[in-house]
Each structure stands twice: as C-alpha cells, then as structure tokens.
Design a protein around this ligand. Structure first.
Ligand SMILES: Cc1ncc(COP(=O)(O)O)c(C=O)c1O
Length: 373
C-alpha cells in the first residue's frame, strides 16, 4: 500500500453497536431547519466512470456555511438539558428552562465548530469562549467573534488550543467544554456531537431511492467519519456502501493510525483544508474508523483547491475542506486496484460529503435548493 492510501478488506462486513439518538426531532425544532440539497452532478459521474455522483451541500446549514452546527447544537442542547433537568429534544423548552441561568460554553476550533458553538451560546442567551490555533486566518477568527464569542488565540496548533480550552473550562463550574473530539475521561460531549451529525445522513437516506455504493467523508479529528461509519454499519442486514476517508497529506492522522494499527499523533503543517488540519484522531472515533472504514486516502492542497474550483463551477458552493472528498475520490478511482478495492463499477452511485461552502458569505437562501445540473 502507498503512503497515501489504506484499504481494509474486513470493514464492509463489520457491524458497530451505536444506537441512534432522537437528533432529527431536535433539529426540526431549530429555527430555519431544512434538509440540505443532495446535488446530482452528471459531469463528475462521466469523468469518474460511475453512474451517479451526488454531492451533499453543506454550504448553508442552519444559517452557517458548514455542517458543524448539527453536532454543536445537539451537544449544547444536551449540556443545557443535563444542567436544568429538561428534555434535550425541543429547543424552545430548553431556552425557557435556561432563562436567567448562566453557562459559558468553551471550545477550541479550526473554524467551523467554534463558530457553531458561539451561535448556539447566543441562541441560549449564554456566553462563549473559543480558543483558536495561532495560525488561524484573521477573517475566520473574526467570524467567530461576530457570533458573540470571546476569541482566545493559542500560541500553538489545533491540539494545543484544545488543551488550553480544556484547562480553561476546568477552572469554573459555570463553564462547559463543548469539544468535538474525545480523549480519555472526556467522551460524553463528543458522543452528542457525533450523534448530531446523524441528521445529515438521515437526509441522504431520504433523498436516495436506495443506499449508495460509496460515501466519501473528510476527516479532521474523525468525529464526522465516526458518525458515517456508525450510521452505515449499524444494521447488519442493509446494503452497505464502501466508506472512504480523505485527509490533507500534511495532517493525515487517521491514515497514519490505520496504517500503524494504533492511534498515532502526526505533526501538522499548514493546509488550505483548515477544518481537516488536526494531528490526532478522536479517541472515540478511532476504534470505529479502524473497524469500519474501507479506505483512507491523503491528498494535496493543490488537489483540494482544484476540486473546490470544479464544484463551484458546477454550481455547488464548496471550500477546500468540503471539496477534499471530490479530490480524494478522483485520487482513489484513478488507480484500478483502489477502484476494485472499493468495488466501484460503472453502475455505482457515489455520495460526496461537501461539508462547507466556499469562503464567501453564507447562502442562507439555498437550503433544499434544486440540483444545479
Ligand atoms: C468543513 C469541515 N469539514 C470536515 C471537518 C472534519 O470533521 P471532523 O473533525 O469531525 O473529522 C471539519 C471539522 O472542523 C470541517 O470544518
């Protein structure tokens, strides 16, 4: 196997044990909820020699330009529900229960998650403090501050920002750490976040007449990929798609861990795929990815930028982290041995999780919009 590619023949028949949570009911109670579009892009299907390429468009999710608020919202709801003894599935009653109370939501982020937590804090009338890596571009930090968060710039990378956020949250009772990655002793909140991502997968189920043959997912800490594997490996009787993860070459912690057979931390460099620029797989995600991912691939910044430009030209708003899935699919299907490993043929349907929009203003008008082609 090359350094950029990993394949596990046993993953397709593995069945996990995670139960589904009532997240869809909760998201339906949020203002502005609508399923996002699953675009059909026939030009890509022709290029890649498959029957259909469907692109899940997360450029306008609950008013933000990325999927992350699905997890952040469900986690914040559960934090509030646990503090005040209320039902987490209904946003209006949670807000009533939290009225006049004080919680400071704390998190660290490469961008999208922190912005989503800040948005949820404002929705609950709470405060938020968001730790960001030293290298975060000013506009991304400003977007978080614009949601009402206090932004703390770490001196280090993403992993260091996470450690700082955890230390800060520990110092006062009203602070609640809402982190989208798990480690020894910190698993409940990340579990809620992973559950929250299920809504995106249920929407895909509803939009397709039958399960796809391949789902391609971008990986930062692997929580979204954990949700994907949990969803498609839950029921041993249903048709199972192949599952392929994609990471930047400069932050390929899942690929390195899968290749090593144990969770390893990689030193991260800079990447245009800001949301994927993480050096350690979430502790809860690791065993699930190890057992249930069919393939993992790493790509360059140039490949991601090229893919983002192609998706935007096809009418699908996409940034490099989201478009990494198209770049990863291209890199996988270009090699016959990898194509065979993923069991992809000319009759296959592929779903790409395009997890963020292009770095322009959120397009709140496009949720549920028709396919661009
Ligand atoms: C746009 C985007 N895509 C994908 C991911 C990866 O998600 P995870 O960190 O759960 O692997 C992120 C994470 O922040 C992101 O912002």
């Amino acid at each position: 196997m090359s350094a950029d590619w990993y394949h596990s023949p046993a993953a397709r028949t593995w069945t996990g044990d995670s139960a589904a949570a009532p997240v869809r009911q909760f998201h339906r109670s949020m203002p502005g909820y609508a399923p996002t579009a699953l675009h059909d892009v026939p030009d890509l299907a022709r290029e890649l020699g498959v029957a259909s390429v469907r692109v899940k468009d997360e450029s306008a999710r609950l008013g933000l330009p990325a999927f992350k608020i699905l997890g952040a919202s469900w986690a914040c709801a559960n934090v509030v529900a646990a503090r005040f003894g209320t039902d987490p599935t209904d946003l209006p009653s949670l807000r009533r229960a939290a009225e006049g109370e004080r919680i400071e939501f704390v998190t660290a982020t490469d961008g999208n998650h922190g912005r989503a937590v800040a948005r949820m804090a404002a929705l609950f009338g709470m405060t938020s403090t968001v730790f960001v890596p030293a290298a975060m571009v000013a506009s991304a930090a400003q977007a978080i501050a614009d949601e009402g968060a206090r932004v703390e710039r770490s001196k280090g990378d993403y992993d260091e920002a996470v450690a700082e956020a955890a230390r800060y949250a520990d110092q006062a009772r009203e602070r609640a750490l809402v982190q989208d990655t798990a480690w020894d002793g910190y698993v409940q909140v990340p579990e809620w976040i992973v559950q929250g991502y299920e809504t995106l997968l249920l929407e895909i189920d509803e939009a397709l007449p039958e399960p796809p043959d391949l789902v391609v997912v971008p990986v930062g800490v692997g929580s979204l990929a954990q949700a994907v594997v949990s969803h498609y490996r839950r029921d041993s009787s249903s048709r199972r798609p192949a599952l392929l993860s994609v990471e930047p070459r400069t932050a390929a912690c899942a690929l390195a861990s899968l290749s090593a057979g144990e969770s390893v931390t990689v030193a991260v460099g800079g990447s245009v795929m800001a949301g994927l620029n993480c050096g350690t797989v979430s502790a809860s995600a690791w065993p699930v990815l190890r057992d249930g991912l069919d393939g993992a691939i790493a790509i360059s910044d140039e490949q991601a930028l090229h893919a983002a430009a192609d998706l935007n030209r096809a009418g699908v708003s996409s940034g490099p982290s989201g478009a990494s899935t198209l770049a990863g699919l291209r890199a996988a299907l270009a090699v016959p041995e990898r194509r065979r490993a993923l069991e992809i043929t000319t009759t296959s349907t592929v779903v790409l999780l395009n997890t963020e929009g292009s770095r322009q203003a959120p397009r709140a008008d496009t949720a549920g919009s028709p396919a661009p082609s």
